[in-house]
Design a protein around this ligand. Structure first.
Ligand code: SAH
Ligand code: TMP
Ligand code: ZN
Length: 409
């Protein structure tokens, strides 16, 4: 039995996948024999409403000098972060010459570069050295470290407090939220803002996106749980805004209690989450049933296609794909290879199922009829980009919210 990492109450497990590999641990052939697995499962805390992993991996095993995810592989995400940075500058930064912006989990600098462009004093805190180095090569100021209370203390000492602390797709990756909360409390100016985005639990549930569950995703936030966590560290949610990225995300803006007015969007969103039943275990149990149903339907479809002699290629060696492939037991007999634009994934094999990952040029030069879209959160970008494949009648297989096959003719 696991206890909640926030309020220490016993949590209710609702979906257990069994032994799974680390999702971003692409490997060479000589790594197959020593591959490490861990128990992947999620549970719900009835007290603070936080959905969370039942078991976790030490952060140094996930975020290191060979971290496989590069933020700037998506043009749409580049646009998204450009507009987020411009929005923050226009709305919240009165004096760019004296402002100080900190980003937690800045990766290759996809967002921070826009603050730098406006000559705004900035600092990225990023533990994965290979991606931090890319940001540094863009001229950005980066600390190659994990954000925690101790890091916040050092940053404060060296640079002073921040006007804005932003974070995208990272707060749910940090197990010790107490340390994050205390670090924010140290680092944020009295009237500063903490703005973070994360895939939204409501979208995860409504889209049956069970593939969002993997080792790096320790927490699955809703406004309900965010409101249970951050007031412990003197922060309140002053605004929320839904975003379409990553299959549906929420942008939470927090400030010290009582300093900024609270937008009506906060109470409206909270009421909606309660109305949807996000505070009840049953919605999560239903989600787990949907995951099992998708597994059955996807396996049936792939088996039928293989029996008919079709070749199937994967698109996007996402961390999410590790969950689908290992949960369903889909390997290289079914999927010839997975195409991905990230150089460090190419030539390697997918975790657990060992499907080869090939450069995007392999996909472009292929004549296959079926593509399993693992990067479904980038559907619009990918379908727009793949005109040649679409025009030759290539078909797409998706599995969220339901198993479906379609073409663009
Ligand atoms: N913000 C980027 C990257 C998200 S991936 C985007 O939205 O595209 C998560 C990133 O957070 C990785 O680069 C990882 O190395 C980093 N990270 C993980 N734990 C962290 C921590 N404790 N402090 C700061 N960054 C962390
Ligand atoms: P993500 O779903 O975690 O953002 O990961 C997307 C993965 O898909 C990443 O490895 C990059 C890859 N990708 C492509 O190969 N082609 C594309 O057009 C896009 C958008 C992503
Ligand atoms: Zn709890």
């Amino acid at each position: 039995m696991s206890n909640c990492k926030i309020c220490e109450q016993q949590i209710q497990p609702f979906l257990e996948f069994g032994k799974m590999p680390r999702a971003n641990a692409y490997l060479d052939k000589d790594g197959f024999a020593n591959e490490q697995f861990f128990e992947l499962g999620v549970g719900f805390c009835e007290q603070c409403k936080l959905v969370q992993l039942l078991n976790t991996i030490p952060p140094e095993k996930m975020f290191h000098d060979d971290y496989a995810f590069l933020s700037s592989t998506s043009r749409y995400m580049e646009q998204h972060f450009a507009s987020l940075a411009e929005d923050i500058i226009a709305t919240h930064i009165n004096d760019p010459a004296s402002a100080f912006v900190v980003e937690i989990g800045s990766n290759d600098g996809i967002m921070l570069q826009h603050f730098a462009k406006h000559q705004i004093n900035h600092l990225g805190i990023e533990p994965s050295k290979n991606v931090a180095d890319i940001a540094i090569s863009k001229g950005l100021t980066i600390w190659n470290d994990f954000f925690a209370e101790s890091t916040a203390k050092q940053v404060c000492h060296e640079y002073g407090q921040a006007d804005i602390i932003c974070a995208a797709n990272v707060i749910g990756h940090i197990e010790d939220l107490r340390s994050v909360g205390q670090g924010l409390d140290l680092l944020l100016k009295p009237d500063g803002l903490f703005i973070f985005e994360h895939p939204y639990l409501v979208d995860n549930i409504q889209k049956n996106a069970f593939d969002q569950i993997y080792d790096e995703h320790i927490y699955y936030f809703s406004l309900l749980s965010v409101q249970a966590i951050f007031p412990r560290y003197g922060l309140e949610v002053v605004d929320v805004k839904w975003q379409s990225v990553h299959g549906g995300s929420m942008r939470y803006t927090l400030a010290r209690q009582g300093v900024h007015p609270v937008a009506t969007a906060v109470s409206e969103r909270l009421a909606r989450e309660q109305q949807l039943g996000l505070d009840q275990l049953s919605i999560y149990q239903e989600f787990a049933l949907q995951a099992q149903q998708i597994k059955r339907e996807l396996l049936e479809l792939l088996t039928t296609l293989k029996q008919a002699g079709h070749r199937i290629v994967g698109y996007g060696a996402t961390a999410k794909s590790s969950t689908v492939l290992n949960f369903c037991g889909i390997g290289p007999d079914t999927i010839d290879y997975i195409s991905d634009v990230t150089p460090c994934k190419q030539g390697r094999f997918s975790p657990g199922m060992h499907i080869p990952i090939k450069p995007y040029s392999d996909f472009c030069n292929d004549d296959h009829q079926y593509t399993l879209l693992f990067a479904w959160n980038h559907t619009e970008e990918i379908l727009t980009k793949e005109q040649t494949y679409n025009q030759r009648g290539g078909r797409w297989i998706v599995f969220v919210p339901h198993v479906n096959v379609f073409d663009m003719l």
